[in-house]
Design a protein around this ligand. Structure first.
Ligand code: 5RP
Length: 229
């Protein structure tokens, strides 16, 4: 089974968490894209009713509309029942690094508030400690990017301004900000680091999601493994 098949496997498994009358946080990325597609198919077949999606990005919103999922914004709902999203790294305590898609701020806003946050990954994303393979994306106010990049050296992190592909210059987030990708040696205390990074003036949000995931569905060659906090 290749990685795409593993993504489809966990995306199908995540449907088991969805029931009629639910408000669902719709994550960003290629794995969640499969989930959104399958969710739309269930609605089309009449297997789910009165389900609404709260998108975490333009990508999620466009996909939801394409697949017939009614979309609402966060300020139109009283609660989010379940949120489903991918991740870039997952440690043994189910702390995450997210934000390869530069949508980390809205993802965290929505997923923090979800009754149940379900994370979809393939087994290659399980790591012994955060920072092992991936940088921590940090959304910053554009005027502050260089000062913050220098301040990150205090945390022994080497940061790069994320540049656009098929766009000249830096990536600009949906909130009009820049992304610094910060490479750490290793992150031993994710919750502490998440809080610390957000105290730097000019940081809008960072991609460490400590103590937020409730369930991680891991796609493996032997099927879906379910991890719970
Ligand atoms: O955090 C994200 C976007 O901001 C994604 O959920 C994360 O990067 C995983 O993406 P994919 O499922 O494509 O591997």
């Amino acid at each position: 089974m290749d990685v795409e098949e593993l993504k489809k496997l966990v995306a199908r498994e995540a449907l088991k968490f969805i029931e009629d009358d639910m408000v669902i946080g719709l994550g960003t990325g290629s794995t969640t894209a499969y989930f959104i597609r399958y969710l739309g198919q269930m609605i089309e077949r009449g297997q789910l009713e009165d389900v609404y999606g709260v998108p975490t990005s333009h990508q999620a919103r466009l996909l939801a509309l394409e697949h017939g999922i009614p979309v609402v914004s966060l300020d139109e709902v009283d609660a989010i029942d379940v949120a489903v999203d991918g991740a870039d790294e997952v440690d043994p305590s189910l702390n995450l690094i997210k934000g390869r898609g530069a949508a980390l701020t809205m993802e965290k806003i929505i997923e923090y508030r979800a009754g149940t946050f379900v994370v979809l990954v393939d087994e290659g994303k399980l790591v012994e400690y955060l920072g092992k393979k991936m940088p921590v994306p940090i959304e910053v106010i554009p005027a502050a990017w260089k000062a913050i990049k220098e301040e990150l050296e205090i945390f022994n992190a080497r940061a790069e301004l994320r540049m656009g592909i098929r766009k000249d210059g830096p990536v600009v987030t949906e909130n009009g900000n820049f992304i610094l990708d910060a490479w750490f040696e290793r992150i031993d205390d994710p919750l502490d680091m998440e809080i610390e990074l957000n105290t730097i003036p000019g940081v809008v949000e960072n991609g460490i999601f400590a103590d937020i995931a409730d369930i991680v569905l891991v796609g493996t060659r032997d099927g879906v493994k379910r991890l719970e906090r």
